[in-house]
Design a protein around this ligand. Structure first.
Ligand SMILES: C[S@@+](CC[C@H](N)C(=O)[O-])C[C@H]1O[C@@H](n2cnc3c(N)ncnc32)[C@H](O)[C@@H]1O
Ligand SMILES: [Zn+2]
Length: 337
């Protein structure tokens, strides 16, 4: 009888972590974890990023930068912080908070909210005052903005990062917000869970017309930041809410309001000086809040269906390896677990 042969078990390398609630390395896409006893985040490929003393991390790679200091200027950011801290846009913050977790009356415990283009963190800070249970994440391309946001000590994950290339994993965010900031539909949809909510805020028609009356002869219509979402297959508009009131801006807050907006660049020195003489400025503020739903899952189902209908492509490995997509496609009414 021949002696039994012993075969060593095949070595299966541990798969790389490609999901989770941490940061995704902007160089290679692996998970970044903190090296024990240090303030350095590193991936398995030894790309490393230091956490700043304020607690944020800079994941915006130099080779992806279009300018030395991308995003809003430091002056704009500091003016915006003073203006917002004075409470002039508090009703907008309240309206955003009122719509968090609105879909299906969901509970916010353990949910992750991402503020895209969070600036110096005013809205994250207002959300934190009401929702201690939420996991907050904020990104902005301006380092000054993120540093100021980190100084608010919000117990939030804050990173210098671009809305066009977010260093977070797929499906890792429950709700995203974007207040007057640039947005990229496919990238936002990727990090949001299927069915997750995107809350976009832009200017309504009357926004700051009391200020622009000092600068332009005719009221300038606002474009808003919705254009990239209007035709995007990733998002469905669910609801639109208008928030408006008239505010009375006092003293130096008038100059802050001017400096935090692009109107500052359109203003002549004479107009600036004239605005500087005002003791108070009455102006309507008008915000349009749009609630979108991420339809990434529906897109996957459609793609699966298309492939099912085309026999030539049936061997596409992603489809054969993803029976749950086919099952959902065949039984769209099936209750989810
Ligand atoms: C009008 S401010 C709004 C800031 C904040 N959401 C608020 O309402 O206070 C626009 C913000 O978008 C940031 N920003 C510009 N381009 C960006 C990009 N590609 N990715 C992330 N943030 C960006 C700017 O630095 C700025 O802080
Ligand atoms: Zn890496």
């Amino acid at each position: 009888m021949s002696s039994p042969t012993f075969t060593y078990p095949t070595f299966v390398p541990k798969p790389a972590i490609t999901s989770g609630n941490g940061y995704k390395c902007p160089s290679c896409g692996l998970e970044l974890s903190i090296i024990e006893g240090t303030t350095t985040y590193s991936c398995d490929n030894n790309h490393s990023f230091d956490r700043a003393k304020e607690g944020y991390i800079n994941l915006h790679l130099a080779q992806h930068k279009r300018s030395r200091n991308p995003g809003d200027s430091d002056d704009m950011i500091r003016s915006r912080q003073r203006f917002l801290n004075a409470g002039y846009y508090q009703d907008l913050a309240k309206a955003i908070i009122a719509h968090l977790g609105e879909q299906d009356g969901e509970q916010l415990v353990d949910k992750r909210l991402l503020d895209i283009g969070c600036g110096e963190g005013y809205y994250l800070s207002e959300i934190r005052k009401v929702h201690s249970e939420l996991q907050l994440v904020g990104i902005d391309i301006s380092k000054t903005a993120v540093r100021l946001a980190a100084k608010r000590k919000l117990d939030a994950q804050l990173a210098v990062d671009s809305a066009f290339n977010i260093s977070l994993f797929d499906n890792s965010i429950d709700t995203a917000i974007s207040v007057f900031s640039p947005i990229n539909a496919p990238e936002t949809s990727r990090v949001l869970k299927p069915g997750g909510t995107l809350i976009m805020v832009g200017p309504g028609e009357q926004h700051l017309s009391g200020l622009t009356a000092h600068i332009y002869d005719k009221t300038q219509p606002h474009k808003g930041n919705y254009a990239s979402l209007d035709d995007s297959p990733e998002f469905t508009l669910k609801e639109q809410i208008e928030v408006s009131e008239t505010i009375c801006v006092k003293g130096t807050a008038i100059a802050d309001l001017l400096r935090m907006t692009p109107y500052y660049w359109h203003c002549t020195p004479e107009q600036q000086a004239q605005l500087g003489t005002l003791e108070q400025l009455e102006t309507p503020i008008h915000f349009t809040i749009r609630l979108y739903q991420n339809c990434a899952e529906a897109l996957e189902i459609l793609e699966a269906l298309e492939i099912l209908e085309a026999p030539d492509t049936l061997e596409t490995p992603e489809i054969l390896e993803a029976p749950e997509i086919l099952a959902t496609a065949e039984t769209p009414e099936a209750p989810k677990e």
